[in-house]
Design a protein around this ligand. Structure first.
Ligand code: SF4
Ligand code: SF4
Length: 75
């Protein structure tokens, strides 16, 4: 069975550069509407559980702690 993944973006660590949006082959990410504590409009994850775990967003992101990709382990 294919592994499932989930992505989380740390709201306050995102700089709103948009690189992850462009990189995602599944188009799961979108610019948000809220300003974070750094003064940036942070990206939101529209469909976190449709992530295929490719890592494209993670490798594009200039902020080391902004994107975390989890592998979902099922019993
Ligand atoms: S890991 Fe791949 S599929 Fe998942 S959000 Fe990032 S770019 Fe999109
Ligand atoms: S690449 Fe990183 S810093 Fe840029 S918008 Fe995406 S999560 Fe935010």
């Amino acid at each position: 069975m294919a592994k499932k993944h989930r992505i989380e973006i740390s709201f306050d660590e995102c700089k709103g550069c948009g690189r992850c949006l462009l990189a995602c082959p599944k188009k799961l990410l979108a610019m948000g509407k809220e300003i974070n504590k750094q003064g940036y409009t942070a990206v939101e994850v529209a469909e976190p559980t449709n992530c295929i775990g490719c890592g494209a967003c993670f490798y594009q992101c200039p902020e080391p702690g902004a994107i975390t990709i989890y592998e979902i382990v099922e019993d």
